[in-house]
Write a protein that binds this ligand. Structure first.
Ligand code: T4K
Length: 375
């Protein structure tokens, strides 16, 4: 018997550590009266995160978007940057804020990431970097992209907003490229309310991030660059420290939900989903399904509305494509004919609810509703 959920079930719900742990954190902040600007929690979290991820240098930032804006500044990226239209708007907006022209390249259908086969033909004398996204936490083809970047002398900056904790061949996905930017937003599988980090490979780059995220200050009276305020505060950093202790538990819950969805949905004609690639330790950040209307009998939007009537609020990440928004749509690379795969996938994708506190009967209900709606 299919049931309307008693409360709205959203695509995600943040994991929060027990309040008792947070109280301990607040007491320390209240005692010290050190709220931001490289406090003790900030230092501890940067160190703990580098160890946890197995990366050389971490620079914390106030959110992922400013992380991207700063990362582009750090590498002095100008001109044109090759990027994906299939992402959250922040990816391309970070280019806009740096006065960089985005050049959209289509995605590949297997993981919905930037298609390396299509990158080379988009390179021009103005190209300075490639900015791919590990969409839903599934790794890009990092070796191929690095090869292209090396041949053409381009920087490679990964938007790793979805990819906290993801490993490829045993090492953090954030170890690839020149820089990677994580997001710790409330909706992410690892959250500090708002927050993020830039993963760097050398101390010099990390130092430059530290300047740029703090107005360009390199000392009390020395300003070395026109920096911005992208500092993570003590509450965020303290939350990060707490959240690290719960990571494995959160991951296990997400994995179980991912597995159950797969079991429940695999027989439904016209519904497909992504598989974790060989050699990848996933973070199960999202559970996107793809609705093929010719086999399913309904469009993605019809299914989306139908699920809403049962109080299940999936999200169409990432529809509409970034390239269709007013500020980008006049770019030649934004033309639909240049982006056929992304255009199709944006019409078919629906991210189903996935978060640690989601009870399993909801999955059965969601799958039942999807199955029963099929024509
Ligand atoms: N790059 C990529 C690839 C990204 O996906 C993002 C962010 C960024 C860069 C930028 O990173 P940040 O600057 O954000 O650190 C959400 C998030 O706001 C955004 O962070 C995220 N991507 C994007 C994919 O999703 P919305 O507009 O869908 O958020 P919202 O408020 O509708 O939340 C979705 C659902 O989550 C709600 O229906 C209920 C639930 N929710 C949300 C919040 C904020 C909660 O239960 N509690 C909460 O506090 O963008």
């Amino acid at each position: 018997m299919l049931e309307k959920a008693k409360q709205p079930i959203y695509v995600t719900q943040p994991f929060l550590p027990p309040l008792s742990e947070v109280n301990g954190l607040l007491e320390q902040i209240w005692d010290r009266k050190w709220l931001t600007n490289y406090g003790p929690f900030h230092k501890q979290f940067e160190k703990a995160l580098a160890e946890f991820l197995g990366v050389p240098y971490v620079a914390l930032v106030s959110n992922g978007t400013l992380g991207l804006v700063v990362a582009l500044q750090v590498l002095k990226i100008t001109g044109e940057v090759i990027t994906t239209p299939f992402s959250f708007v922040a990816t391309t907006h970070s280019l806009w804020w740096n006065n960089i022209r985005p050049v959209f390249v289509d995605i590949e259908p297997k993981y919905c990431n930037l298609d390396p086969d299509k990158v080379e033909s988009a390179i021009t004398p103005q190209s300075t970097a490639i900015m791919p996204v590990h969409v839903y936490g599934h790794p890009c083809q990092v070796a191929r992209l690095q090869e292209i970047a090396d041949i053409y002398g381009l920087h490679l900056i990964y938007d790793a907003a979805h990819a906290f904790g993801v490993r490829l061949g045993g090492q953090s996905i954030t170890n690839f490229g020149d820089l990677s930017v994580l997001s710790f937003h409330a909706t992410k599988m690892f959250n500090t309310f708002e927050g993020g980090a830039i993963i760097c490979h050398d101390a010099r780059t990390r130092k430059r991030v530290s300047y740029l995220k703090n107005f360009g200050f390199a000392g009390e009276t020395t300003v070395v660059a026109p920096g911005i305020n992208a500092k993570m505060n003590e509450f965020q950093a303290g939350m990060g420290l707490l959240q690290l202790n719960h990571f494995e538990q959160v991951l296990a819950k997400r994995k179980a939900i991912n597995e159950r969805y797969k079991e429940l949905l695999q027989e439904i004609d016209g519904i497909s989903f992504l598989e974790v690639a060989q050699g990848v330790d996933s973070n199960y950040a999202y559970f996107p399904i793809f609705v093929d209307p010719t086999h399913y009998g309904h469009t993605r939007d019809e299914l989306y509305e139908h699920l809403k009537a049962y109080n299940y609020f999936g999200r169409r990440y990432f529809y509409p494509l970034i390239s269709t928004f007013n500020m980008y749509k006049s770019l030649p690379s934004a033309m639909e004919t240049n982006l056929p795969v992304a255009t199709r996938i944006a019409q078919q994708v629906l991210c189903l609810p996935i978060y640690p506190a989601l009870e399993m009967y909801h999955l059965e209900n969601i799958a039942g509703i999807i199955n029963e709606f099929k024509r």
